[in-house]
Design a protein around this ligand. Structure first.
Ligand code: ARG
Length: 459
């Protein structure tokens, strides 16, 4: 097929080179942005008298028609035409003749592909915001629904202190809030228009970039045309955002995997979100969680990949930069599934509060509270720590827990203990006592839920 740039060549492109250099397989995804950008460019050219109004009308109508064909699945994409930009331009020219050949006046594929990607990222940022808020709502719902459930809190994956299940859920809420907070800056950097940069240096035509900017609703125009066609920072920022979201989702997945094991039995994921085994009839596997955890690695790969691609590139456009797209597209698809399925999974999940409570009733998660009891009565905390440590050791040897001891036993451990020690170290008391601002006491977690709900209301 004849190339749009074929003039200075004496022979056709090697087939393998066409296959290797083509990006149509993935950049076709930006067809709507490409068409919107081209329509705006054509209108600007006509307004400036660079092309005629008739040509502009033909271009706009032709592009509308092409968009319909693409959306109807009847557009035949060609690898020989390399990318979405040339596929559309060639088809347009075939359809409307000369006017199609005037569209690319005062423009290069370098500013064209950049404007497409800017618009794509802008749109995607909004979508990601919606997905994050949906997940945060799911976390709030789950936290509210199970607000009475107490579970072991862990450090080093060893039982540490009792916490509210809702406290644990709200920790994730906070992480996704920080993720959300990155979006406005990514949007701001995507919301800058590169069109007008041409190949790199600008254009000799009397273009009106402010008009194109207005038509495409960009907040700003790149100050520097060389920067405009070289910049992929907004893509990197998106990939960094995607990596952090995935890292958070992956930690949550890891916990759900552990909690849904028979050994833990804290939660049961809905059948709709699990899969079975082809050999072991009893199996119900948390595949979604495992895949979210697994796919996190490849999203990091996209971030590292593009950082590496960019690091050695001289200004301005280099073909290396075509590598910007597959990573972000894959990151967007992965986040789309991971965020929406995770929200559904949380909403459908059963939490076994009896089990989480039974675990606590049978362990030493209240040991800190026993030491605090002594310290509040004047025993230096370090000394109290040692006393309780010995009590724990005594219990381990006698196959019991602290709450199995009698007041007399406690008094033998330390004369400071009084009858109220038994109430002071119940599981409920351990939770209720931590009522500092960020603590796990029910009223504090209720406050967190309120603050959280108000936060996503604002967004
Ligand atoms: N498909 C190319 C990309 O995605 C479009 C820009 C090509 N520009 C060029 N001068 N080869 O980067």
């Amino acid at each position: 097929m004849a190339k749009l740039w074929g003039g200075r060549f004496t022979k056709g492109t090697d087939k393998a080179v066409e296959d290797f250099t083509s990006s149509i397989a993935f950049d076709a995804r930006m067809y709507a942005e490409d068409i919107a950008g081209s329509k705006a460019h054509a209108k600007m050219l006509a307004k400036q008298g660079i092309i005629s109004q008739t040509d502009c009308n033909d271009i706009v109508a032709g592009l509308t028609d092409i968009q319909k064909q693409i959306e109807a699945g009847t557009f035949d994409f060609s690898v020989a035409l390399e990318d979405i930009h040339m596929n559309i331009e060639k088809r347009l020219t075939d359809a409307i003749g000369e006017a199609g050949g005037r569209l690319h006046t005062g423009r290069s594929r370098n500013d064209q592909c950049a404007v497409d990607l800017h618009m794509y990222v802008r749109k995607t940022v909004v979508h990601m915001g919606e997905l994050l808020v949906n997940l945060q709502k799911a976390l709030l719902e789950v936290a509210e629904k199970h607000q009475d459930i107490i579970m072991p809190g862990y450090t080093h994956l060893q039982r540490a202190q009792p916490v509210l299940f809702s406290h644990h859920m709200m920790a994730y809420f906070s992480m996704f809030q920080r993720d959300f907070d990155h979006l406005p800056l990514i949007y701001k950097h995507a919301d800058v228009m590169p069109l007008g940069a041409g190949a790199l240096a600008g254009t000799t035509y009397p273009i009106d970039q402010a008009y194109t900017q207005e038509l495409l609703a960009f907040s700003k125009i790149y100050e520097n045309s060389m920067d405009a066609v070289s910049d992929r920072d907004y893509v990197l920022e998106f990939l960094h955002f995607a990596s952090t979201v995935m890292m958070h989702l992956s930690r949550l997945s890891e916990e759900l995997i552990i909690w849904s094991s028979t050994e833990f039995g804290f939660v049961e994921l809905d059948d709709a979100h699990c899969t079975g085994s082809s050999i072991m009839p009893q199996k119900k596997n948390p595949d979604v969680c495992e895949l979210v955890r697994g796919k996190t690695g490849r999203i990091y790969g996209h971030l590292l990949g593009l950082l590496t691609t960019m690091k050695g590139l001289p200004l301005t456009y280099n073909k290396d930069m075509q590598e910007d797209k597959e990573g972000i597209f894959d990151a967007v698809d992965t986040l789309h599934f991971a965020l929406s399925i995770m929200a559904d999974m949380l909403r459908q999940m059963k939490v076994n509060g009896e089990r989480t409570y039974a675990v606590l009733a049978n362990d030493f998660s209240n040991a800190t509270d026993m030491a605090d009891y002594l310290a509040k009565k004047g025993v230096p905390f370090r000394e109290a720590h040692a006393i309780v440590g010995e009590a724990v050791q005594h219990c381990i040897q006698n196959h019991c827990v602290l709450l199995d001891l009698t007041v007399e036993d406690f008094k033998k451990i330390s004369p400071v203990f009084e009858a109220d020690i038994l109430e002071a170290i119940t599981i409920e008391a351990c939770v209720a006592g931590r009522k500092n601002y960020s603590g796990t006491a029910p009223e504090c977690v209720a406050r967190q839920r309120q603050v959280g709900a108000a936060q996503i209301e604002e967004e």
